[in-house]
Design a protein around this ligand. Structure first.
Ligand SMILES: [Zn+2]
Length: 120
């Protein structure tokens, strides 16, 4: 089971975006995505996440006959080990534990112990 899922709020714990919080837009498991959003090759260590507002790179688009050149911002995925989940209960960046109850596995906050996945 994944520790981090799409839609989670995470906090970056390393690099230039240290401390930035954002929502996970995408979890990448198997593939490296290049700057053209193409699948390049299998990702040997997997588990990268694309986070809103994090690791933003500017990409200069070439001028074409119909359109002028422009600068677009893309968000490069960062490795899952560089982010920590922000617990929706205590609002702290936390490690994720797992809790099994009635054959259902849910994620729990290691700080406050409350469940991260909505129990429905
Ligand atoms: Zn918590």
């Amino acid at each position: 089971m994944q520790r981090i899922k799409k839609g989670d709020t995470v906090q970056v714990v390393s690099g230039i975006d240290f401390g930035v919080r954002g929502q996970v837009e995408e979890v990448l498991n198997d593939w490296y995505i290049d700057r053209h959003d193409r699948r390049v090759r299998r990702n040997p260590d997997g588990d990268r996440v694309r986070v809103e507002g994090v690791n933003v790179r500017k990409k200069h688009k070439k001028r074409t006959q119909s359109k002028g050149g422009e600068i677009v911002e893309i968000r490069a995925p960062i490795h899952i080990s560089n982010v920590m989940l922000v617990c929706p209960s205590c609002q702290e960046a936390t490690r994720v534990g797992f809790h099994i109850e009635d054959d259902r596995k849910t994620r729990v906050c290691k700080r406050c112990g409350s469940s991260i996945d909505k129990t429905s």
